[in-house]
Design a protein around this ligand. Structure first.
Ligand code: NAD
Length: 488
């Protein structure tokens, strides 16, 4: 048997094995086989990476904005040049269809760098003279903080990691990244792109490994001045507990259980088309997926019937490598077990499985039988307060419930601890704004889903996190502002 590829840390511009020499098995969700080994980094590796980032900070932060911008553009180009290779790597590592990675994850990863390369060129600072005596000129200056700790999850691996790296380094910080141990491949490949693009050594360091071994040391490190974390709500709580007393700047993008409110004056055809994707894209493993669909009772029966038919006839589960596949494999065997647990719980709670509710093993070729596949699953008959409708499942499971009035729809939407995103479907403009304004969340899409303009603030309310990233909001997060007051 040929030796498995070892994914090593990228520190100070060089790939290096973890100090303790330990590795974790990296399984491909496609067939459940170990296909590479991921560095099981410890505090020693984090220390090396933070030192490299600290040493690189003065040089990087002193470059002109134009110089940093030009380097970011080269990173974007570097990813674009290797798009297919990155898409295949992301798919093999995460389980998503190659075509999804090639159309969504990887182009967006490149765009994250391209966007911030442009944004910093046009960002302006303010100065103002006093409105009363004594006359002064106040100048507001922004400075990077130093070394940023960037921690990302497994669902959109490169997309979410670069969404942190790009703004962090665009404004002059250096960083230490800790991608998910379950999907480290594209972060590993990114090191090569960074070197080819001329990113100076130490500006971006990538340390692989688990949360307890590597992540927990990163968030406590005294030289880490800010932490941007995307992941589960429980992990977010843990990180807050550690980082808050250390006065680190913290941005938390956490879990969700997003509602879609479908009114009877909607464009039903469009809702059905989009709902297939908003429920099952990326195997339902997108924090923005709609997992609770509330439909006005007047069209409820029709909606359920047509939605089930549509998913059944159009949404293909299978080999992530095939261009015809819509839904690949889940991230891990543990996650598959979690999905099965919630489907069993749904039955106990009185739910009716309208579609799916099982593994598609019989329809899979022999080669894929060890993979982590699950059928797109539609459940009705649950109460809005049931556990299945309250807890984040983060997989290909969607629940549908009827509502009667606008007030009831809003109350169902808000009757939950989460508040990341939502969708409202109605052709009545006034109602759209009325309802969207009342749903508690960071982003509400009206008659669409997951349309992202990177200039707008992104983030959640309640247990979906705090802080906003995107456009100017990331610039705010990754810099400190100082006012200099000059007597005239
Ligand atoms: P997770 O919280 O288990 O892990 C996220 C990252 O944190 C991983 O890199 C992990 O190794 C690290 N980590 C774990 N324990 C840690 C610790 N003690 N200290 C430091 N780091 C630690 O989340 P996950 O399972 O990888 O991702 C799924 C979750 O992410 C879901 O809840 C999903 O909703 C959420 N998510 C949110 C957004 C958003 O924008 N709000 C986007 C994507 C995913």
């Amino acid at each position: 048997m040929s030796e498995l590829l070892k994914l090593n840390n990228f520190i100070n511009g060089q790939y290096q094995p973890p100090v303790k020499g330990k590795y974790i098995n990296n399984y491909s969700p496609r067939d459940g086989k170990v296909y590479s080994l991921v560095a099981d980094s410890t505090s020693e590796d984090i220390d090396l990476a933070v030192k490299a980032a600290k040493d690189a900070f003065p040089g990087w932060s002193n470059l002109t904005i134009t110089q940093r911008s030009a380097i970011l553009v080269k990173v974007a180009e570097g990813i674009e040049k290797r798009l297919q290779e990155f898409a295949e790597a992301e798919s093999r590592d995460q389980g998503k269809p190659v075509q999804l990675a090639a159309n969504l994850d990887i182009p967006r990863s490149a765009y994250n760098f391209r966007y911030y390369a442009g944004h910093i060129l046009y960002h302006t600072e303010q100065s103002m003279t006093s409105v009363s005596e004594p006359k002064v000129l106040s100048i507001t200056q922004r400075t990077p903080l130093g070394v940023a700790g960037l921690i990302s999850p497994w669902n959109l691996p490169l997309y979410l990691l670069t969404w942190k790296i790009a703004p962090a380094i665009a404004v002059g910080n250096t960083c230490v990244c800790k991608p998910s141990e379950m999907s480290s491949m594209t972060a590993y490949l990114l090191g090569q792109v960074l070197n080819d693009a001329g990113v100076p050594p130490g500006v971006v360091n990538i340390v692989l490994g688990t949360g307890p071994n590597a992540g927990s040391h990163l968030i406590q490190h005294p030289d880490i001045s800010l932490i941007s974390f995307t992941g589960g709500t429980k992990t977010g709580e843990l990180i807050s507990r550690v980082a808050a007393p250390l006065h680190k700047k913290l941005s938390l993008e956490l879990g969700g259980k997003n509602p879609a409110l479908v009114f009877d004056d909607c464009n039903l055809e469009e809702v059905l088309n989009v709902s297939v994707r908003s429920s099952f894209n990326n195997q339902g493993e997108i924090c923005l997926c709609n997992s609770r669909i509330y439909v006005q009772s007047t069209i409820y029966e029709t909606f359920v019937k047509r939605f089930v038919e549509k998913v059944k006839s159009t949404w293909k589960v299978g080999d992530p490598q095939l261009p015809t596949t819509d839904m690949g494999a889940l991230i891990s065997t543990e996650h598959l077990a979690k999905i099965e647990y919630y489907v069993a719980l749904a039955k106990e709670e009185g739910g009716v499985i309208e579609l799916g509710g099982k593994r598609p093993n019989d329809s899979l070729p022999e080669e894929l039988r060890g993979g982590y596949y699950y059928e797109p699953t539609i459940i009705t008959g649950l109460k809005p307060e049931s556990r299945v409708m309250q807890e984040e499942i983060f997989g290909p499971v969607v629940t549908i419930c009827p509502f009667d009035t606008e007030e009831q729809a809003i109350s169902y939407a808000n009757n939950i601890n989460y508040g990341l995103s939502s969708s409202v479907w109605t052709e009545n403009g006034k109602r759209a704004i009325r309802v969207a304004s009342k749903v508690q969340c960071g982003v509400c899409w009206v008659n669409c889903w997951m349309v992202r303009d990177l200039r707008t603030p992104f983030g959640g309310v309640k247990q979906s996190g705090n802080g906003r990233e995107g456009g100017e909001f990331s610039i705010d997060f990754y810099t400190e502002q100082k006012t200099i007051v000059l007597k005239l």
